[in-house]
Design a protein. Structure first.
Ligand code: FAD
Length: 299
């Protein structure tokens, strides 16, 4: 449903859908996101900003997104916020031309270098994994202000972790949000969860820390969070080596629990008008969300 144009046309005009999306994003404008970031920072929560949109088909649009993120980096510094940005390669033109995407990304990391900030590369569907890793490796050779998301549901990810570890990579571990066939991704959630735990422990290991790695554990799964904090404590992993990461509006109780335990926490705030595909993936992650929408539509 996230890729269905007919549904997107209708759903984004429905008042109820627009209202329910506000549970996951404070507003469509950057200003809304910055206000929410300032509020969460007062509680001790750091931020990641992402402007929604993907699979852009025009060079001008990729340029507009790049310009936008350059401004965000300036505004974040001016506002004194501790806020990274996270970009999708297909938002910077990957579908059009990999070199164009690489150049746009370099403009962002150069500005991040000037502003002492940090850029994350999101991971999209499985056909994009190789080009995205390539973008990351080439950029990492120029600067350490770059991190990459990798997906625990992919069979290949264990190998990718081993190849990234010696680079002292900043890695965001996620379960994975796209529909993938069983030969590409573990079909069972239990296997995905276990792989997330296993690979995160590997990236928190002394060897990874010696290489200079940073791990973002991006999950709202309380069981995984508890297992990972137990591992962190048992192995004396310093707080500088990791952060937990969650999405705005999801598992607020767990977020508060981590804050109370003085664990580093960064929350991703999404904004922008192209929220439909992203919102559908958030619904797909939790059947209760879909049921909530259906009940309201029937009413
Ligand atoms: C900071 C961040 C960045 C991400 N970046 C990427 C990326 O680059 N590429 C990518 O493929 N995926 C990305 N994701 C999404 C990720 O892959 C998962 O799809 C998503 O986090 C749901 O999995 P989970 O680990 O939270 O746990 P799950 O096992 O799916 O859920 C555990 C519990 O969390 C709660 N929960 C989870 N999702 C929701 C929801 N939508 N609404 C309400 N409650 C919910 C529920 O209580 C649920 O029981 C990112 C996620 C985060 C937090």
């Amino acid at each position: 449903m996230s890729t269905n144009a007919w549904l997107r046309e209708r759903a984004t005009r429905t008042a109820f859908v627009r209202r329910s999306v506000s549970a996951f994003m404070p507003g469509e404008r950057l200003e809304d996101a910055m206000t929410a970031a300032a509020a969460q920072e007062r509680q001790g929560i750091r931020t990641i900003f992402t402007k929604l949109g993907e699979n852009l088909t025009r060079v001008e649009d990729a340029e507009e997104v790049t310009q936008h993120y350059l401004e965000v980096l300036d505004k974040v510094q001016a506002a004194g916020l501790d806020a990274h940005i996270s970009v999708k390669p297909t938002q910077l033109g990957l579908d059009l031309d990999q070199e164009l995407c690489f150049r746009n990304l370099q403009r962002l990391v150069d500005r991040a270098e000037e502003r002492q900030n940090f850029i994350w590369i999101d991971m999209e569907g499985s056909p994009y994994v190789d080009p995205t890793l390539d973008l990351y490796r080439r950029t990492r050779a120029r600067t350490a202000r770059i991190g990459i998301a990798i997906q625990a549901y992919l069979h290949r990810t264990e190998k990718d972790v081993e190849s990234l570890l010696p680079l002292g990579a900043a890695i965001r571990m996620v379960k994975g949000a796209y529909l993938e066939p069983p030969d590409v991704a573990f079909p069972k959630k239990a296997d995905v969860d276990e792989n997330f735990y296993k690979l995160s422990c590997r990236l928190l290991s002394e060897e990874a820390r010696r290489a200079g790695g940073l791990l973002h554990m991006a999950t709202h799964d309380p069981v995984l969070v508890d297992r990972l904090t137990a591992f962190i404590d048992a192995n004396n992993v310093p707080a500088s080596a990791y952060e937990f990461a969650m999405l705005y509006g999801i598992q607020r109780t767990l977020q508060q629990r981590l804050l109370a335990a003085r664990r580093p926490l960064r929350v991703l705030i999404a904004y922008g008008e192209y929220w439909f595909a992203w919102y559908m993936r958030r619904l797909a992650e939790r059947p209760a969300n879909v049921w909530f929408v259906v009940k309201n539509l029937l009413r």
